[in-house]
Design a protein around this ligand. Structure first.
Ligand SMILES: [Zn+2]
Length: 487
């Protein structure tokens, strides 16, 4: 990478940022006052944000315009405020299943609509004009899928501009001649900061604008903002920030918008322990993006040393939801030591408003270079086949009344039913439901199978893994969201 002259700030990298840091703390502490309560889970749709956009349309502090429509005819709205000469453009959810920053945008709008933080807001709005384009891919959001209705990835359409969503993004960027761009995404929760067990809760990239990965002033400013945002996140999610590979992708929007002269900051919201709906990550978006906006307004980012950017750990993808290590596994008369890596895979219900789990073994063997959100050291434990409860039941109510804690202690992870209701997609219980003639397959660990087994030590079952969720059999709580159905 081409080196550029660094300011002499290595000694004082945070010079002039004291004020921003104080603001950050206040933003974090008062967040609940501004959180938009009507959108609190990942599966949100255009109809969910429509009432919010309508409210801002009739609010004189904001200017709302329809800047385009999706292939499916859904409006793309731009919400603007501020009178400054520096244009900041933020767009979210060009991938339909990446909603975290869309939620944070409406929190940020609530912040600007409030009467608080007068001085800071005056500094921001007199120096900047800020433009938000939330949910660029509303058709994808409707189906909670990455791609749009054309079945393409909008982020590979920056040159060909076939999709109306892509055309809109380019046209708005050009019409604003935006100085700064925030390209807001979600990434897989399985990313970690390299060689650590810390999830990459947020990952950043100042995209390259050529294959040489040169750093001009436009890209350099994006790097400085990222260094600033990283310093904020380290306070609230230490070690949980990653940096994306900056290989040039000629078809991507981030790379091109950087090339077109807008300092572009890619933000990817990843995973955070016990935050399935990513509401803590949403808060971190709110705090760090607003702080960045303030720093752009005050221009004190200019003092930051670009060299700090390269020190952010790279993104890696080495996390499992559940990792079991050193278990003994008996196969054809021999015993083997094995690690098992499990993903708890979400399956949407037909309306794409909620989901259930159909988990998978993703990998097995020596997984010592991988990590888990939850890890069990199974040294001394032997993997055991799960069996069926001996009685056949007729109704879901009858199953409901079973003592599941006792069933699992007895090694039963399956309940046989005379007839499984046809509409039922999964078992609402911490056991699998099986049909009258279903034959439970012999436990044969393979990537791709549903992880269901027991862990035995000294002749006693101590743990169960049901549909990829770990249950400690000596405790009364069973946190298995659902089981499977095998007819
Ligand atoms: Zn994305």
């Amino acid at each position: 990478m081409k080196q550029i002259a660094l300011a002499l700030l290595c000694a004082l990298p945070m010079l002039g940022l004291g004020q921003s840091s104080a603001l950050t703390t206040q933003l974090y502490d008062t967040y609940e006052n501004y959180k938009e309560g009507s959108i609190g889970k990942r599966r949100i749709k255009r109809a969910d944000i429509q009432p919010l956009i309508a409210t801002y349309s009739s609010n004189p502090k904001f200017k709302v315009s329809t800047v385009g429509r999706s292939i499916g005819g859904k409006e793309l709205s731009l919400i603007s405020l501020g009178t400054g000469d520096v244009n900041v453009f933020l767009w979210s959810q060009m991938h339909g299943d990446e909603p975290t920053a869309t939620q944070a945008i409406f929190d940020i709008l609530n912040f600007f609509d409030s009467k608080d933080f007068k001085e800071e807001k005056e500094a921001i709005l007199s120096n900047l004009s800020i433009h938000f384009l939330p949910m660029l891919n509303p058709d994808g959001a409707e189906l909670f899928q990455r791609r749009n209705l054309l079945g393409i990835d909008i982020n590979r359409d920056a040159l060909r501009l076939q999709s109306p969503e892509s055309k809109t993004l380019k046209r708005v960027r050009d019409s604003l001649a935006a100085d700064f761009g925030f390209n807001l995404h979600d990434q897989s929760t399985y990313y970690n900061a390299e060689r650590t067990d810390k999830p990459a809760t947020i990952s950043y990239l100042a995209p390259a604008y050529n294959y040489e990965k040169d750093i001009n002033e436009v890209r350099g400013n994006a790097m400085k903002i990222i260094v600033f945002m990283n310093s904020i996140l380290q306070k609230y999610a230490p070690g949980q920030v990653g940096r994306y590979n900056d290989d040039f992708e000629p078809r991507a929007f981030g790379d091109n918008i950087q090339k077109w002269g807008t300092s572009t900051i890619l933000i990817e919201s990843g995973g955070y322990p016990n935050d399935t709906e990513k509401q803590e990550i949403r808060k971190l978006n709110y705090v760090s993006i607003l702080s960045a906006i303030y720093t752009i307004a005050k221009q004190n980012y200019k003092e930051i040393a670009i060299g700090e950017y390269e020190k952010i750990p790279e993104n890696d993808r080495k996390l499992f939801d559940l990792k079991i290590t050193n278990a003994s596994y008996n196969l054809m008369g021999n015993s083997y030591k094995i690690d098992v890596g499990i993903h708890q895979v979400e399956v949407d219900y037909a309306d794409h408003n909620s989901f259930w789990y159909s988990s998978r073994i993703l990998d097995q063997g020596d997984l010592s270079t991988y990590y888990g959100y939850e890890t069990l050291d199974a040294t001394g434990y032997t993997l055991k086949q799960a069996t069926a409860y001996p009685k056949t039941l007729n109704t879901l109510n009858e199953v409901q009344s079973l003592d599941f804690g006792q069933l699992l202690k007895d090694g039963h992870a399956y309940v046989r039913m005379s007839t499984i209701p046809a509409k039922q997609l999964n078992s609402p219980f911490p056991v699998h439901l099986i049909g009258a003639n279903y034959k439970i397959p012999e436990l044969k660990l393979q990537p791709g199978i549903n992880p269901t087994f027991f862990l035995e030590k000294d002749g006693r079952l101590e743990y169960a893994v049901i549909n990829g969720f770990l249950v400690n059999l000596s405790q009364s709580n069973i946190e298995v969201p659902n089981g499977m159905i095998y007819k």
